[in-house]
Design a protein around this ligand. Structure first.
Ligand code: NI
Length: 194
């Protein structure tokens, strides 16, 4: 696959970084169940390489969601590599969990691009894109911040929030993991909700 060739060095570097970094990051943050009163979450439908995907039809008990963009120079590949580590770390339970990558940059991130990108980290991950109006609706419901930086319509970066969302099968927020949450902690949290 072209995607693997294209992203392999990046993915390898991030996987290595994750392996090296996590023993030094101890319990800086843990997911919190439910977050009372928070309005984050809800099912949504966006485009995948297999057509429109309604998250209500995923059929898994839990879903991990990351919002980012494929041109991201650092944070997104690092966090997706960590999400892939978590997913693999679930072992036989991973079939009970979905992994989604949702772009915040639909102008450049086609469905094909987000699919290649997500699957470079784990073949089971799904990439989602769509028109900007739909994407922004989802971003509001998940309280995702994203702002383009730069005026060139093709060459720009996007400042964005970076969290791994853990949702249950009703798309209710179970936990939010920041970049400071170490991988074993995330794995334990996910398993707690299975
Ligand atoms: Ni990013």
């Amino acid at each position: 696959m072209d995607s693997l060739k294209r992203y392999a060095p990046l993915v390898a570097a991030c996987l290595l970084a994750g392996l090296v970094a996590f023993p030094f990051l101890r319990n800086l943050a843990t997911g919190e169940r439910g977050m009372p009163g928070a309005q984050i979450g809800g099912h949504f439908t966006l485009q995948t390489s297999a057509g429109p995907l309604d998250t209500a039809s995923l059929g898994t008990e839990l879903t991990m969601i990351y919002f980012g963009y494929t041109y991201c120079p650092d944070v997104c590949p690092t966090e997706l590599a960590r999400m892939a580590h978590v997913y693999k770390g679930l072992g036989s339970d991973k079939t009970r969990v979905s992994g989604l990558f949702v772009t915040v940059d639909p102008e450049r991130d086609t469905v094909a691009a987000v699919t290649e990108y997500a699957q470079a980290f784990d073949p089971a991950f799904k990439g989602l894109s769509g028109d900007r109006v739909r994407i922004e609706q989802v971003m509001r419901r998940y309280q995702v911040y994203a702002q383009k930086a730069g005026k060139d319509p093709r060459n720009y970066t996007v400042d964005h929030s970076s969290r791994i969302y853990l949702m249950d099968r009703d798309a209710k927020l179970m936990a939010l993991f920041t970049m400071d949450t170490d991988i074993p902690t995330i794995i334990n949290q996910v398993k707690n909700f299975l």
